[in-house]
Design a protein. Structure first.
Lengths: 199, 197, 268
């Protein structure tokens, strides 16, 4: 089935037959519906796992209860009250979910600073190069760096635009070729890791 | 943001920041609430904006394609059953197979050929030469089929330097990104909440 | 005192002060407009009045403090130019953020929903969704975000697929513009631009260089530069003092860390 859908999608790219177009449109639709079903399934699995923790009074069950309460509140708000402006759903999103999410990720600023202080060492040529480039980019991309004259911003720009682009381009080409090989292996049934479990 | 909303967001923000001192119940509670809300949000958005218009409404309109879509959904949901769980591999096969088939021309055209094409430029200057050497050197570094000896070893070594420049630049930008997030949260606490800005 | 063994919470305090003090006592640094930001501005400036762009909010709430100002500036400019907007989102949290942002700007710019802008909302499986938009926008999104039939919107009567779209702008904190480039750009020939979080800039520069991406602006600094081009101050500009001082603080910390490391190594 993987092979059938895979080759059908590959062939329709090169042969724009009307029947192929219809199938193509439908398959695109199914991919989204299946993915959406997977997301809902993920939500249900999450709820079940917390329900088990709460009903079994396992360690940390009180946190699971909070998670379930938050989940239920959001589901009720969105499924019953709607998702338009002025709804409880968007209010919860704006005043609780988004700020919490942003704060969790802003913690990384502290950890990355601490990690840079403790671990960012010019131990050898490679590490020194990495460190110097990082510092030049950090300085060259802020207004204070620009106030020192054109040298730092220009150097930062050149490092990003020429050598860094070359390296990333090498990575992109490598990944591109690798991905094509993996896609073919999947379509030919050689690669079956997506089925899960033991191979 | 309403006053109640600002206070709610501020309490949540401080609860998460309390982790910087050490792990504590307030942080863990905020974390669990966040995950619960996020999962609920994702399910609501998915149901309302995708499953309703693409499955439920077509069925109500008598569109047979709606039934086909519903079958895929139900097959996917068999995953919760131990006996019928294998059926969920059918919809997964559609996603994996079609995804693979669609990706081949896209990858070849947009990633491999276009990027290769950008290496070869009509005008030759220092940057074009450095760029071409960098791409070849980086590819040599990732070529593990033959052992690095002679000129190939030099190329692979040069590749690591280009990669270090890339990782260094990315690291610099990463710090920039993370700090921007902290700036946003600090601005909220000092400005929206405390009114100091 | 061994500098390498310092309690990391002291570093946290330094970072927090480096961010908070410039916010409390601003000096108003913005910096120069980089050629990249200018290119993005010129690109939107060159679009004819009444043209249609897709703005896709392909980001999570986590990165909104950084990427929100980028989105604000781009949407504001697009509406100033009288360009019509179709909003989409391929990451769930970007859906609500994009809806709120577009609604707010539409109110301010007297943009009429359905005629000047529509918000189509979220689609999972972005590859299929991006390809689907190339076939038919209304088939891909039979209903908009608030469940109104897409066919009822006059904008979508005129704009049927990428053929009628002048530009796609992906507001992204991850690799989504790559899929826009590979599936919409390569297959349907639509032009792509990106408003990115800073961390993604190095990933997408090769695409800018190869011409697959028309323009990109990155991070709070990019937003600050764009705000300058729009002639106003916003979250991007306000953050530049703090961004500068926090960068300097981290640079100093890294240098101290290295000095301590080499001195320790010299001794041993």
């Amino acid at each position: 089935m993987v092979g059938v859908f895979g080759f059908a999608m590959l062939i329709q790219y090169f042969v724009p037959h009307p029947l192929g177009r219809v199938l193509y449109g439908r398959v695109l639709e199914w991919m989204q519906v299946i993915f959406a079903a997977g997301l809902v399934l993920g939500g249900a699995t999450y709820a079940m796992s917390h329900l088990r923790t709460v009903s079994g009074r396992r360690e940390g069950w009180i946190y699971s209860l909070l998670a379930l309460a938050a989940l239920t509140l959001m589901l009720a708000a969105g499924l019953i009250g709607g998702i338009d402006r002025g709804t409880l759903f968007l209010w919860l999103f704006n005043n609780l979910q988004a700020p919490l999410q942003q704060t969790v990720f802003s913690l990384l600023a502290f950890f990355v600073a601490s990690a840079a202080y403790r671990g960012f060492r010019a131990r050898n040529i490679d590490a020194a190069l990495l460190l110097i480039v990082a510092l030049v980019v950090m300085l060259g991309r802020i207004p204070i760096g620009e106030m020192t004259g054109p040298f730092l911003p220009d150097l930062a720009r050149w490092l990003v635009d020429v050598p860094a682009v070359a390296a990333k381009r090498g990575i992109l080409i490598g990944i591109g070729l690798g991905s094509v090989a993996v896609a073919l292996r999947v379509m030919l049934g050689i690669e079956r890791a997506w089925l899960g479990g033991r191979r | 943001m309403s006053d109640a909303g600002i206070w709610l967001a501020a309490i949540g923000t401080l609860a998460i920041f309390s982790f910087l001192y050490r792990d504590n119940p307030a942080y863990r509670a905020a974390e669990q609430i966040l995950v619960g809300l996020s999962v609920g949000y994702l399910v609501v958005i998915t149901v309302r904006t995708t499953l309703v218009p693409k499955v439920a409404l077509p069925i109500l309109d008598g569109d047979p394609w709606g039934i086909v879509a519903a079958v895929w959904v139900l097959l996917m949901w068999t995953r919760v059953s131990t006996r019928a769980g294998w059926l969920s591999r059918l919809p997964l096969a559609v996603i994996v197979g079609a995804g693979a088939g669609l990706s081949i021309p896209a990858m070849l055209k947009a990633r491999v050929l276009s990027q290769l094409g950008a290496v070869i430029r009509p005008e030759i200057d220092v940057n074009a030469v450095v760029g071409a050497i960098g791409v070849l050197a980086t590819l040599s570094y990732f070529y593990f089929t033959r052992p690095p000896t002679g000129a190939f070893r030099v190329a692979a070594r040069t590749g690591t330097w280009f990669l270090m420049v890339f990782f260094g630049a990315t690291f610099g930008y990463t710090i920039m990104s993370r700090l921007s997030l902290l700036i946003g949260r600090t601005e909220f606490l000092l400005g929206d909440w405390l009114g100091l800005l | 005192m061994n500098l390498a063994q310092i309690d990391r919470r002291w570093i946290f305090v330094i970072v927090f002060l480096a961010v908070a003090l410039p916010l409390l006592f601003p000096i108003g640094l913005v910096g120069e407009v980089s050629p990249r930001t200018q290119t993005m501005h010129d690109l939107i400036e060159a679009l004819p009045r009444g043209a249609t762009v897709i703005i896709s909010f392909d980001c999570e709430a986590a990165s909104w403090p950084e990427i929100g100002p980028v989105a604000e500036a781009l949407v504001e400019h697009t509406m100033q130019r009288g360009i019509r907007i179709i909003g989409t989102s391929f990451l769930s949290e970007g859906t609500a953020l994009g809806f709120e942002l577009l609604s707010r700007h539409a109110d301010a710019a007297d943009y009429v929903q359905g005629r000047d802008w529509v918000y189509l909302g979220f689609r999972p499986q972005y590859v299929a969704a991006i390809l689907g938009l190339g076939e038919s926008i209304t088939q891909e999104y039979p209903r908009d975000y608030i469940n109104q039939p897409s066919e009822d919107h006059t904008l979508l009567g005129a704009v049927r697929s990428y053929r009628d779209v002048a530009l796609v702008i992906s507001i992204a904190d991850d690799t989504m513009p790559q899929y826009w480039i590979e599936y919409a750009g390569a297959r349907y020939g639509v032009k792509i631009a990106a408003g990115l979080s800073a961390v993604m800039v190095t990933t997408f520069t090769p695409y800018l260089d190869s011409g697959q991406l028309q323009a990109l602006i990155g991070g709070l600094k990019g937003a600050a530069e764009y705000e300058r081009l729009l002639g106003r101050e916003g979250a991007g500009s306000r953050g530049m003092d703090a961004q500068s001082s926090a960068h300097l603080a981290i640079i100093v910390l890294v240098i101290i860390g290295n000095v301590a490391y080499f001195r320790g190594r010299g001794r041993s």
